[in-house]
Design a protein around this ligand. Structure first.
Ligand SMILES: Cc1cc2nc3c(=O)[nH]c(=O)nc-3n(C[C@H](O)[C@H](O)[C@H](O)COP(=O)(O)O)c2cc1C
Length: 213
């Protein structure tokens, strides 16, 4: 049985394009694998806490030496990491905000990417001392942006800090491979937007069918 972890990062609950793509992906998967387990973590609705000095001190204190306060400070992080550990497929549905990810999604990343839980650190590894501790997961990114054309030679080349950021951290989430479906042109609301949305809807259903099949 597959376990899906769905993360929603949009601050909108009505007319959210990324939530719509997330719904389609999950619905298609459930059609093909009715017994699939689903964990949902709506960080757009309930943003995780931003990490603090107390959180960092606790996270970098080896487990046997942690105080009761340290353990309490890390409780939410533990809960979120436990959800991630269970997932075979991680579905992140996220808008582009100010050319990057919503703060709520970054807060989730900061809570789950943690020393000796999701990565280890050893200077004996030389200039790349970090190593992921989770593996074998698939990461699906479902995105939406108001603007368009973030690829090479396109009008907004170099301005996309959403996908490159998520690609950089994917290995610490245990993801060995990543698939992306995105809608562009939302702010224009014209035919290009309609086409982009229609393509993404087809792509996301096909992706779920391919992955679940
Ligand atoms: C606070 C905020 C910041 C945004 N910043 C950008 C941006 O930098 N670039 C862009 O292309 N679209 C930007 N947008 C547009 C959103 O990416 C677009 O509305 C998207 O559809 C939102 O996802 P949702 O429909 O799931 O809520 C922004 C929207 C909001 C609300």
């Amino acid at each position: 049985m597959t376990t899906l972890l769905r993360i929603d990062a949009s601050a909108r609950f009505e007319r959210s394009l990324t939530r719509m793509l997330g719904d389609l992906f999950i619905e298609r998967w459930q059609e093909l694998e009715p017994g699939v387990a689903l964990i949902t973590r709506d960080v757009g609705r309930h943003p995780p806490a931003i990490i603090t000095a107390a959180w960092i001190a606790a996270a970098f204190t080896p487990m046997p030496q942690r105080s009761a306060e340290d353990t309490a400070v890390l409780a939410d992080s533990e809960r979120l990491i436990h959800e991630l550990e269970q997932a075979d497929v991680l579905v992140i549905a996220t808008p582009m905000y100010n050319y990057g990810m919503p703060a709520a999604l970054k807060a989730w990343l900061d809570q789950v990417i943690r020393l000796d839980r999701t990565f280890s650190f050893d200077l004996a590894r030389g200039d790349r001392p970090l190593a992921p501790m989770l593996d074998g997961k698939q990461l699906v990114l479902l995105t939406a942006s108001g603007e368009f054309g973030f690829g090479a030679g396109e009008p907004n080349e170099g301005a996309d800090h959403l996908l490159p950021h998520l690609r950089s951290v994917a290995k610490y989430l245990g993801a060995d491979n990543l698939c992306h479906v995105g809608i562009e042109y939302q702010e224009f609301g014209d035919q290009r937007f309609e086409d982009s949305r229609a393509h993404a809807i087809e792509d996301v259903k096909a992706l779920a069918a391919r992955m679940a099949g």
